[in-house]
Write a protein that binds this ligand. Structure first.
Ligand code: HEM
Length: 336
């Protein structure tokens, strides 16, 4: 057997022969088209790696009983941290794209029509795996009209499987340590509700209604929520008592999700600014309204918004209800 060689292992024959500027074929001079191709290819390779990480996380989270006190949760957090680091690189790659001036882009822009980054099915599939559903997308018709049928089915398939957001919801719902809901005024949630009520300024009094809606029932009346009240209670509990050893990893996991949203949103924002700088208010090569389309998508596509919004229901540490000793022991490393 021949020895392994760097060139073959990485299949560089394929990768390094996959750049064919359209401007060359048409004998037009457009120096920057090579950069344009390579940067998009680099994005697609990183998207592939993101899928690899997110799929593995979903596989672990999909187990009926993920032990919060096991290496599995650690693996989930570790891989999500990697997802965040890759996303940070993707945001920074826009710096390279921005070295291309509007005039440099005009040299080859018309040749690209109607191709567009919008047709990146890997990007849309990633959004779907993380938890963005078709009905919550901005510009639904435009979205399906621009993609090939086979790519639409890949994305639809991802939408039909349990997304990371749904898996997080089930994981939170089955979290054993969060106190149960009860009408007893000495119970944890009733005490917390009073403390929250007392913390509200006059102009915020209506927040109590929202609090009751989000936490103080068994189920929502409508289905347009991603996290159930039981999941919300666990998530808030994790945020409040994250100092306890058993809740540290769950807290980091929730934070990872918020960070993923933040990085995706930074990417959308930087991409939109770059688009504005490069094509002004012209329509995109994919035929959308360009910057306005991207702005609306950026505002709407926060996947973990409901987790981020739980911050409105926090209270000062010193006002937190005292936990029953038994529960406190369970949350620590003390076993009786
Ligand atoms: C000069 C550089 C770029 C310009 C002018 C540009 C322009 C646009 C425009 C106008 C859209 C909206 C759809 C349309 O009408 O075409 C769009 C969407 C998109 N572009 Fe770019 N783009 C550029 C670079 C990139 C790069 C480097 C990537 C990396 C993969 C990318 C990925 C995307 C994605 C994923 C969308 C869909 C966003 C969504 O639906 O939320 N673009 N782009």
């Amino acid at each position: 057997m021949s020895q392994m060689h760097y060139h073959d292992y990485l299949q560089l024959d394929k990768i390094l022969n996959a750049q064919s500027p359209e401007s060359d074929k048409k004998n037009l001079s457009a120096h920057d088209e090579m950069l344009f191709i390579i940067i998009h290819q680099a994005y697609e390779l990183w998207f592939k790696q993101l899928h690899h990480e997110v799929d593995s996380v979903a596989m672990i989270m999909n187990k009926p009983a993920l032990n919060d006190n096991s290496p599995e949760l650690q693996t989930v957090v570790h891989r999500l941290k990697r997802v965040i680091t890759i996303l940070q690189v993707l945001v920074h790659q826009i710096d390279i794209m921005e070295t291309m001036t509007p005039m440099d882009f005009l040299d080859f822009r018309d040749i690209l029509r109607p191709a567009s980054g919008f047709q990146s099915w890997q990007f849309k599939q990633l959004e779907a795996k993380l938890g963005l559903k078709f009905e919550h997308r901005h510009g639904k018709e435009y979205y399906t009209s621009q993609l090939r049928d086979e790519h639409v089915s890949i994305i639809k398939n991802a939408e039909s499987e349990s997304s990371l957001l749904q898996l997080i919801n089930s994981w939170l719902e089955r979290m054993p340590l969060a106190p149960a809901l009860s009408d007893d005024k000495n119970s944890f949630w009733q005490q917390y509700r009073s403390a929250y009520q007392n913390s509200l300024a006059d102009v915020e009094k209506q927040n109590l209604e929202a609090f009751d809606d989000v936490f103080m029932k068994n189920e929502y009346a409508t289905s347009n929520h991603h996290l159930s009240p039981a999941a919300n209670r666990s998530a808030l509990f994790i945020m409040l008592y994250r100092g306890y050893p058993l809740l540290q990893l769950p807290f980091r996991l929730l934070n990872c999700l918020l960070e993923i949203d933040e990085q995706l949103s930074s990417w959308r924002y930087r991409h939109m600014k770059m688009v504005h700088r490069t094509i002004g208010t012209r329509i995109g090569t994919g035929g959308s309204s360009g910057k306005d389309y991207l702005k609306a998508a950026a505002d709407k596509h926060y996947i973990y918004r409901e987790i981020a919004q739980l911050n409105s229901f926090l209270i000062e540490r010193r006002k937190l209800p005292i936990l029953p000793a038994l529960l406190e022991n369970k949350l620590g490393f003390v076993h009786h």
